[in-house]
Design a protein. Structure first.
Length: 365
């Protein structure tokens, strides 16, 4: 007996895809994007940068190694939805404590499997990211298009996922104290800073510069996060007021915020960069780094000419800016994720670079 489809995707250009539900049974309007990683679905599911997004996995089999307690990138996953070709609800992994579907049900995250993800991903690549309605099959195309037309995707993603209060992650062998502005931080950024000897004080996204200065940090890190960087003018202003006072390291959204604070511009990419295999060229060493990425926006290359920032890294695939720096201010940032999770570890040296900047300031004090 053929099982009937119980979930449906309607894209705002009128395309329809049918599948089967897992996780939460909820209707929602989201931005549809794709991720090319072959592994790491737990880290993707729990990455705050996917807030209000439906992620289509290009790798066909998802769920086969379950969910491990130590591999979450946030305490409360906020991804919009997960769309896959084949879902495995019987994981084989001694570290697994729950199935993917159980975790998605717990946090109210809808999933759809049985979808022709190859066709869907080609559509996103060819026509760009756009709104999608996840609904039941009885919803007509006309009804779905009207819902999509009348529903805006919220622009409060950073405030939704950021810490609501200050908290501290200690380091075993403390060398420096870093204040991290939480725009939706992945926990592995904090782990990576702890690993190199940084005690990390995490502050909410809208913490003023003067409050951060009271913490007496050795350096500032601006985290990754969801959405359009221009939606967080408070954070941009905070960073602008901290430039030149401390070494500053920005990652992903933090990279865009730093660039905006210096007067550069950002723009939305057609379908973004999401995956664990993006090649990036270091313009100073000419080395190629294979990087983990997750972003919809990029820094406008021409606008950097109007600032004191210089490009340090460039994406080999589409030549977008992947890193900038200002040596005078001891500021640098990268568009990709040096902490990986999931993905390659070619760029972990950047955390050591941040340490060296803080050490230079301390030695010259």
């Amino acid at each position: 007996m053929v099982r009937e489809f119980d979930r449906k995707l309607i894209l705002e250009d009128g395309q329809e895809y049918y599948g089967y539900g897992f996780g939460a049974d909820a209707d929602c309007v989201l931005e549809i994007v794709f991720n090319t990683s072959m592994v790491g679905y737990q880290e993707i599911l729990s990455d705050p940068s996917y807030t209000y997004q439906a992620v289509v996995m290009t790798y066909p089999l998802i769920g086969n190694y379950g969910m491990a307690d130590d591999d979450y990138e946030t305490a409360t996953p906020t991804i919009g939805a997960l769309i896959v070709r084949e879902y495995n609800d019987e994981p084989s992994n001694f570290r697994s404590t729950a199935t993917l579907g159980e975790v998605m049900l717990k946090y109210g995250i809808p999933g759809v499997y049985g979808v022709d993800t190859r066709k869907l991903n080609r559509s996103i690549r060819d026509f760009g990211s756009r709104k999608v309605l996840i609904t039941k099959p009885s919803t007509t195309l006309e009804q779905g298009l009207e819902i999509l037309k009348s529903t805006d995707i919220p622009r409060n993603a950073v405030s939704k996922v950021s810490s609501k209060e200050i908290w501290v992650s200690p380091a075993e062998d403390e060398k420096f104290h870093v204040a991290l502005i939480d725009c939706g931080v992945k926990l592995n950024i904090i782990r990576s800073l702890n690993k190199v000897g940084c005690r990390v004080t995490v502050v909410p996204w809208n913490t003023p510069a003067e409050e951060i200065q009271k913490l007496n940090p050795d350096g500032i890190c601006i985290s990754n996060g969801p959405g359009d960087p221009t939606d967080v003018p408070q954070t941009i202003e905070t960073v602008r007021n901290l430039i030149g006072k401390y070494p500053i390291f920005g990652i992903c959204l933090g990279h865009q915020i730093i660039s905006l604070a210096y007067g550069a511009r950002t723009y939305k990419l057609k379908f973004g960069h999401r995956g664990g295999n993006h090649p990036v060229r270091n313009l100073f060493t000419n080395k190629i780094e294979i990087t983990s990425q997750n972003h919809s926006y990029a820094v406008d290359k021409d606008s950097l000419m109007e600032t004191s920032l210089v490009p340090t890294h460039i994406n080999i695939l589409d030549h977008t800016i992947e890193g900038v720096k200002c040596d005078k201010d001891k500021v640098f940032s990268v568009q990709y994720h040096p902490e990986s999770a999931p993905g390659p570890q070619d760029s972990t040296y950047l955390f050591e670079r941040f340490l060296k900047l803080m050490e230079e300031v301390r030695n010259n004090a």
